[in-house]
Design a binder for this molecule. Structure first.
Ligand code: B12
Ligand code: SF4
Ligand code: SF4
Length: 322
């Protein structure tokens, strides 16, 4: 708990969000996995969904808990409160560090001595004057496991992230075609990425999540790429109801699945890809073109003759000449 004046000066000032704020209570929720999520990368016919997205949307879970706690604080003190989980530009990691929950590791996320890298963060702003906790200090030392583990070298220097290279950004936030330079490195990661978090030696103290709504749904632990590629809009919505994945929509998700299929070297997946060459969404067609080129270059050449000239989308047409 707490908020250092120094933090307000050197990073975004929370008073911009709410001028009356006097203290910030920072909370972390453990979402530690049962096993190292990187184990799934060897199963090329399966998609790897990052640990945080294998069940309910954490925003909903944390918001509920924060509201409960903030409501009790308000009832006991009569002070005004506001809760934030990614709902406003709150610098959650530096604030959590200032509040003593952990430190911002070289992968830029908060690392805790108790829970390793697997913590969601949330904030309660209050008009109350609360006693400050001491900030946590940096315990990364000479370690650089997260930098070395990153498949796309998205951590060019300690404590610096190049989001344009980060698979989490590319698979979740990026709307267009995945840049060709990062497709092979994505492997079978179809939503988010956990490699830098999973590499952190402080995870040896981590505990599996106790919140049931954060435990992996069995069908999202190692889903078959063939099943995911076949999802239409209503199938996608049904599978991901209540999940954070729903937000990116079927087209962007199937784009990611096709990149994973292109990396699978599994010829049995070719029919799933060919069916998507005629998809109405250009980003799906484009990713399908790339996947065919990787699985079966001869088939790709044959399909190119039939389709290149008639492809209406300029970006997708480029995939046929790449
Ligand atoms: C935008 C965002 C992303 C972007 C950018 C990530 C990033 N590192 O900035 C993308 C889409 C890539 C992303 C990915 C992920 N995210 Co995200 N993301 C956010 C979000 C919404 C904002 C973060 C932000 O402000 N970034 C801007 C950069 C500039 O700030 P920063 O990294 O906090 O820190 C910089 C500054 O503090 C500065 N700095 C540090 N010290 C100092 C000192 C001085 C003097 C100065 C001037 C500057 C300075 O340098 C730091 C590094 O650039 C937060 C929620 C929130 N409101 O905080 C979640 C959040 C950071 N994400 C989270 C998670 C879980 C992830 C993923 C693990 C998800 C996944 N499995 O795929 C990955 C991890 C990727 C990674 N290695 O960071 C969690 C992290 C929890 C934790 N333990 O820290 C958060 C806090 C959400 C939450 N409420 O729990 N995310
Ligand atoms: S989330 Fe993945 S791609 Fe992004 S920095 Fe971490 S290891 Fe690299
Ligand atoms: S892997 Fe090493 S360098 Fe990276 S955050 Fe963990 S302790 Fe720090």
């Amino acid at each position: 708990m707490g908020w250092m004046a120094e933090t307000a000066e050197r990073r975004a000032d929370p008073r911009v969000l709410w001028p009356d704020v006097r203290s910030i209570v920072m909370l972390g929720l453990n979402y530690g996995p049962d096993a190292d999520p990187r184990g799934l990368q060897a199963r090329k016919d399966r998609g790897a969904i990052s640990v945080y997205a294998r069940n309910r949307d954490y925003h909903d879970i944390i918001k509920g808990k924060l509201k409960l706690l903030a409501g009790r604080l308000a009832a006991r003190t009569g002070a005004e409160v506001k809760v934030f989980v990614d709902t406003a530009p709150v610098m959650e990691k530096p604030l959590a560090e200032a509040a003593g929950l952990g430190w911002q590791g070289k992968h830029t996320n908060l690392v805790s001595r108790e829970f390793g890298s697997w913590l969601f963060l949330g904030a309660i702003f209050t008009a109350l004057e609360l006693p400050l906790d001491a900030p946590e200090r940096d315990h990364c030392g000479s370690c650089r496991a997260c930098l070395d583990a990153c498949p796309t070298q998205a951590i060019p220097a300690p404590y610096r992230l190049d989001a344009r290279r980060c698979i989490s950004y590319l698979t979740i936030e990026h709307a267009g075609p995945i840049p060709a330079a990062f497709r092979a490195a994505m492997g079978n990661r179809i939503y988010g990425c956990d490699d830098c978090l999973a590499a952190c030696p402080w995870n040896k103290f981590a505990q599996a999540a106790s919140e049931m709504k954060l435990k992996s749904r069995p069908e999202l632990e190692a889903p078959r790429l063939a099943d995911l590629a076949a999802l239409d809009d209503s199938g996608f919505r049904a599978l991901f109801a209540g999940s954070p994945i729903k937000r990116i929509g079927r087209d962007r998700f199937v784009r990611n699945v096709l990149i994973a299929i292109g990396n699978s070297a599994d010829a049995a997946l070719l029919p799933s890809v060919l069916a998507l060459l005629d998809d109405p969404a250009p980003i799906v067609r484009g990713a399908a073109v790339w996947a065919v080129s990787r699985l079966d270059p001869t088939e790709w050449a044959a399909q190119k003759t039939a389709r290149h000239a008639s492809e209406p989308d300029p970006e997708t047409r480029k995939e046929w000449v790449a």
